[in-house]
Design a binder for this molecule. Structure first.
Ligand code: HEM
Length: 521
């Protein structure tokens, strides 16, 4: 090789390496974690060195592995957004409860908060007066007196759930996929609380429409689902997902806005409309300065938030129970001994059926519908035990790891209701325990943003699950095993579709099932 040839080659090599170094220099802030310290030199909680903006499906598994590696409070960068992940009950209480004034806001997720909810709806509102107003309005629909009013409605809806499953299964002869029916049960309860109405048939088009919207909402709004939330530059580009988000917004306005207009015209015509969230919103619209989108988004998200979650728990219960015969037999023995076969369980029976209650808690532990609750966001800088949590950090409750803590729940992967047999508290009471290590589970979140629908959800779940247990024997189909491993959805976690066989346990079941008919309100 000539002298000039080797000089050119070396020059090219040099240029190549320099360009690579330059590229690495400019790309590193996008790829590698950003190191920040506060004025006292406190660092961020430890965490993985790389920014994971593409952590999407099964994110809970990655989080669980990092919790084991980096400890009960670690940090992770998702593009430009810092997350602090909490995997320990004491840390959860210290930050979300004790320092709730700092850790109760929400990130302005582009897809969820800006495109779909347009900054409205209780779940999206930042901590402050707007959120307090939304929470107060929700509380009017969910206060203890209102709950008493819904008791008979929930009783009736649980009856219709059992009846519709029985009818769909052709009196126990055919297998049934319970998802639609569990969804309709949860939807009807929410429609009554929000709009004072119910769907009068499993095949009412509103059922499929509302469940479809709830699923689309879950899929589009997971805390990690959208790169656009973490790389702001993408917000200026059109995308298919963004169009889906916009369409969802429009559909929510169309469906829920339509119901509001309907309700309003009934009110204006002097009809004696039932007490519900929308009645409160319309009556207070002026004094609370609520605009049209406020009304639509508040009522829509309130309604669909309580659908996917409650129906998901019922679906998980039905997915788990056929393969846990010993649990089923023990629960049915308890029901036979305490309730007998002449009537089925009611709300008042809960305290005397500890094993049935334990089953419901255990389903929520092993298959919480949202493994990350709804992420909170810090509204000011905070130093916790020598680590720095800057303002605008997303603080995520790692329910998956919390629910699989071996010292709190021995053999955590096992579905074992026995672990709750001495837990006499409701989930609402348990969430207020002074010793947070004794809290039953974290499925309803924590702190000031804890699910305000918790008392309603508990009643619904009790009536549905205790009556299902009382009424049926449950069997998987020999050639269609029910998968407990797989998940569906990027945010909420419902089981993959499955079918099972529901057979009435004894003759008297059918008499009770057939004692009611579908009705309008
Ligand atoms: C098993 C059923 C349910 C589960 C597992 C569940 C779970 C949750 C979770 C994890 C949060 C976020 C809490 C946090 O930020 O720390 C939440 C918030 C919320 N839930 Fe539920 N929920 C359920 C049922 C319901 C029901 C039935 C309603 C209405 C009656 C409801 C209404 C709400 C609302 C309005 C929020 C937003 C609260 C806020 O941001 O201040 N939920 N829920």
């Amino acid at each position: 090789m000539s002298f000039t040839g080797s000089v050119t080659e070396n020059l090219l090599k040099f240029l190549g390496i320099s360009s690579l170094l330059l590229l690495a220099y400019f790309c590193s802030p996008v790829v590698l974690r950003h190191l920040i310290v506060d004025y006292e030199g406190n660092r961020l909680p430890p965490g993985p060195p790389v920014r994971y903006a593409f952590l999407r499906k099964y994110a809970e598994r990655a989080l669980d592995a990092w919790a084991k590696q980096y400890g009960s409070m670690f940090s992770i960068w998702m593009g430009s957004q810092l997350f602090v992940v909490i995997s320990d009950p004491v840390v959860a209480k210290d930050l979300l409860v004790t320092n709730g004034a700092i850790f109760s806001s929400r990130k302005k997720y582009f897809m969820k908060n800006q495109i779909i909810l347009k900054g409205r709806a209780i779940t999206a509102s930042e901590y402050g007066n707007k959120w307090r107003q939304h929470r107060r309005l929700a509380a009017l629909a969910l206060n203890p007196k209102a709950m008493e009013g819904y008791a008979s409605v929930m009783d009736y809806e649980s009856h219709i759930l059992i009846k519709s499953l029985y009818d769909e299964s052709q009196q126990g002869k055919s297998p049934v996929n319970p998802a639609h029916f569990a969804g309709r049960f949860a939807l009807n309860n929410m429609l009554i609380m929000s709009f004072g109405l119910r769907t009068t048939s499993s095949y009412d088009p509103l059922v499929a429409k509302a469940l479809g919207l709830a699923m689309e909402f879950m899929d589009l709004t997971g805390p990690w689902s959208n790169c656009v939330d973490f790389f702001e530059i993408l917000q200026y580009l059109p995308s298919q997902k963004r169009s889906r988000g916009q369409k969802l917004h429009d559909d929510l306005i169309k469906v829920y806005g339509g119901m509001i207009l309907n309700f309003k015209s009934r009110m204006l015509s002097g009809e004696n409309v039932p007490d519900c969230l929308v009645k409160t919103l319309l009556e207070t619209q002026e004094s609370e300065k609520l605009d049209w989108e406020d009304l639509c988004m508040l009522s829509a998200v309130f309604t669909l938030g309580g659908v996917h979650s409650t129906s998901g728990i019922i679906q998980w219960f039905l997915a788990l129970i056929p393969s846990h015969r010993e649990v089923l037999e023990r629960a049915q023995l308890e029901l036979d001994q305490v309730i007998g076969r002449g009537r089925w369980p009611c709300l008042e029976d809960e305290a005397s059926l500890p094993f049935t209650r334990a089953i419901i808690k255990e389903v929520q532990r092993v298959h919480a519908p949202f493994w990350f609750a709804t992420p909170h966001c810090s509204s000011q800088d905070f130093t916790y035990k020598g680590t720095f949590i800057p303002k605008n950090t997303v603080v995520l409750l790692n329910c998956f790891t919390l629910h699989h803590n071996e010292s709190r729940y021995p053999e955590p992967l096992k579905f074992n209701p026995e672990r709750y047999i001495n837990d006499k508290l409701s989930c609402s009471e348990s969430a207020k325990l002074a010793n947070v290590m004794d809290r039953d589970h974290w499925a309803f979140g924590a702190g000031r943003r804890i699910c305000p629908g918790l008392p309603a959800a508990e009643r619904e779940l009790w009536l549905a699950i205790s009556r299902l247990l009382w009424s049926f024997d449950f069997n998987a189909l020999p050639d269609e095993p029910i998968s407990l491993e797989e998940y569906d959805g990027l945010s909420g976690r419902t089981p993959l579709p499955y079918r099972l066989r529901l057979t009435p346990r004894f003759e008297g079941v059918v008499d009770i099932i057939n004692a009611v008919e579908e009705t309008t309100l």
